[in-house]
Structure formats: C-alpha cells, structure tokens
Design a protein around this ligand. Structure first.
Ligand SMILES: [Fe+2]
Ligand SMILES: [Fe+2]
Length: 298
C-alpha cells in the first residue's frame, strides 16, 4: 500500500499534466501540410549533427548528397522513434491494466498512449513524405524490443522510456529552433517536443518512486537492461542502410561514424541530460556503465 502523501503527490502531478494535455495537444494529420514540397537545398538536420560530418567521406559528398544523407538520417531516427513508441505504448497499457482507472495517474498514462499513437502516425507520414524507406531494427533488437514491451515493469520500463525520449528530444529542440532547416521536420519536432516534455516529467517522477521501491537484486537487473536499452537506442539512431542512399556501403559508413569524433560528441551531447539524471539515481554503475561507454553515450 503506498503512503497517502505519495498518492496525493502522484495525483497532483497527473492532474497538472492532464490540464496541460488539454491545452496543448496537436493532431499532426490536420496541423501539418503533408503535401507541401520540400525547400530546395535545405537540410533536414543541422549538417554538424550528421553522423559523417567532418569525415573524409563527408568531404567527398556533393552538397546535394549531404542534404540527402541528413534526410535519410532523419528517416532512420523517425523509424527508431516509432519503434520505441510502439514499445512504450504497450508498456504503458500493461501498467494501466493494474492501475485504478478512476485515478488521474492512470488517466494520464492513457493520455500518454494517445499522444504516442498520434506521434507514430506522424513519424510514419514523415517517412512517407520524405520518400524514404522505413529503417527497421535488426532482428536481435527487434526481438529484444518484443521482450521488453511484453515484460518490462518498474525502473527499467521508465528508464528505457526516458533514454529514448530525452535523446530524440535533444535533436528535436535544436531542429525546431533552426530556421535554415526543412519546415516539415521543424514542425514535426515542435509538436513532439511540446508533448514529450510532459512524458519526461511523468517518467521521471515514476522512476524516482520505482527506484525507491525496488530491492537490490531488481536494481542490478534493471541497471543492465537500462544499459542495454541505451546501447540499442544509440546504435539505432542511424541505420547503416541510410549511407547506401548516398552511395556509401553501409558497413563503411557505420565504421566511419563510429570513429568520427564529431558524431561521438553529438551522441554524448544528446544523452547528457538523461545520463546525469539516471546516474544521479544510481542506475549507471558497475557492468551497466560499460554498456553506456560502448554505446558512446558517456
Ligand atoms: Fe512520442
Ligand atoms: Fe513520449
């Protein structure tokens, strides 16, 4: 039985998040002009955030190919985004299954599922509008995702949600503020950032509670799964097939990106906020820390 003060606090936060959801929620199907043609020559990502920026491979690309590469990198991130969202939706629905449906907390969990439903449609429309393929997870990660969405609860569920949401959020905040970029990706990013800010607050509050409630064994297991999730997310941001779109063999592009100091700095920059938060909760220690290092996130 949770203490009354905890329940009051939980309900107060959920009430604020529900009020905010009523005020600022978007339906991307109607808010976005999906038929608008792209702006010729405009990038989809700030070029310095491309995984190949500054490498000899980048130097050899024409300006047009560089723009094309950022488009496919965005399509890859959007594919990863909707894959994570599908996992999140199922985790939240499982959480809701055991919750009190009259509580604001449970109702906010459902509201978040509703947001993610719209986001996944938005990312699907984005990939389609860009004329890019869906960059799917490899079979191992696909299977791991299936396992996570069917079983994850407690700290590992909320920590995985936070990692995916906060890393994408770092990129999207920069994109929405950069007027030189394609209007379509700026609009998609703006909608996502506004709604995700609520998800991050909800997940952070839940995670703090779950960490407090978890035993030492559960926490060690959670740390490892969280580290593996961080590794998957960092690795899945740019699918190696994206390089083929500009004539670079996928394995060559991936190796160049992994060795690229600019890209490594970008990965650390994107994970800085969520890393600080999870490390502060003691979730990045021991062997789990190695997974974060291998992922290039710290
Ligand atoms: Fe989302
Ligand atoms: Fe979200």
């Amino acid at each position: 039985m949770e203490p009354t003060s905890d329940r009051t606090e939980r309900e107060a936060l959920a009430t604020r998040l529900l009020t905010s959801s009523v005020r600022t929620s978007y339906d991307p199907v109607v808010e976005i002009d999906w038929a608008a043609p792209p702006v010729p020559g405009a990038y989809w990502l700030p070029p310095r955030r491309s995984s190949l920026y500054g490498t000899p491979l980048w130097e050899r690309l024409t300006e047009e190919q560089r723009v094309e590469l950022t488009k496919h990198e965005v399509a890859s991130a959007a594919s990863a985004g909707l894959w994570f969202e599908t996992i999140l939706m199922q985790m939240l629905i499982r959480h809701y299954y055991d919750a009190d449906p009259t509580s604001r907390h449970a109702q906010y969990a459902l509201t978040e599922v509703a947001d993610e439903c719209r986001h996944s449609i938005m990312f699907g429309r984005l990939i389609e509008a860009m004329g890019c393929p869906v960059y799917r997870a490899d079979p191992v990660d696909h299977l791991l995702g299936r396992f996570l969405k069917a079983t994850a609860t407690g700290p590992r569920m909320y920590a995985a949600i936070l990692i995916a949401e906060e890393i994408l959020d770092a990129f999207q905040r920069e994109i929405m503020a950069d007027e030189s970029l394609q209007p379509l990706i700026r609009m998609v990013s703006r909608i996502h950032v506004v709604e995700e800010a609520r998800h991050v607050r909800f997940a952070r509050a839940e995670l703090a509670r779950q960490v407090e409630a978890a035993g030492p064994l559960g926490l060690s297991y959670a740390r490892l799964l969280i580290g593996r999730a961080a590794w998957s997310i960092a690795n899945r941001l740019v699918h190696p097939e994206a390089y083929a779109a500009v004539g670079i063999p996928p394995a060559v592009g991936r190796a160049a990106a992994r060795a690229n100091p600019h890209w490594r700095a970008t990965l650390r920059w994107s994970a800085a906020r969520v890393y600080d938060h999870l490390a502060g909760l003691g979730l990045v220690v021991g062997p789990a820390r190695l997974l974060w290092t291998r992922a290039g996130l710290i």
